[in-house]
Design a protein around this ligand. Sequence first.
Ligand code: SF4
Length: 234
Amino acid sequence: MNIETLKVRYQESEALDILKGFLHDYPQQIVLASSLGAEDQVLTDMMLSIEPKARIFVLDTGRLHQETYDVMALTRATYEMSYEVYFPEAKQTEALVTSKGPNSFYDSIENRKECCHIRKVEPLKRALSNCKGWITGLRKSQSATRSVLEKIEWDETHHILKINPLADWSEAQVWAYLKTHDVPVNRLHKLGFPSIGCAPCTRAIKPGENVRAGRWWWENPDGKECGLHVKEAH
Ligand code: SF4
């Protein structure tokens, strides 16, 4: 089925129905990329309710918060499931930290992108290498860079489908779902972190700030993506 047909088919669909459709049509070839944040916990609960062996992966950058590992462990136990875990390539990571130290990302955008490339972008490529599509917890209202977001997109970088079932969801809908379904929640959210990422690059936000303001807060808000969700220019 081509991308335009899929867009029309799922245009008005609820998140659960989108997941049911793709998990049925592409068994074991559709994966959720989970950051262990609220949106991804919603999708984890939905996917495992449809297919207990649904594939969910985590990019373990080596710099995640302990709270993130805690909710990862709790989710594994609650659903009796396992995550596929991808680490950065050891040699590249060793070379980076040896040459530039452990906190090079604060020194320049170039250094930050280099670290994200090694710890996130390259492992993501490996995670998606045998897939027809990946599911994300992106929502339109999360940031300026996500305001144009469709439920079904074509990922030019990885040449697979990108499925955003929660594109139209509000933050309130996310939290209502988590509460109703008693889903494990990352403790960082209670501490003021709406967006879950690496510990040195994510901070709590103040009331009224954009939900993505706590990510790479020292950079310009227009360009704050880690390379995982950046659309390539053509
Ligand atoms: S978010 Fe920060 S620590 Fe994590 S990969 Fe990117 S630059 Fe490195």
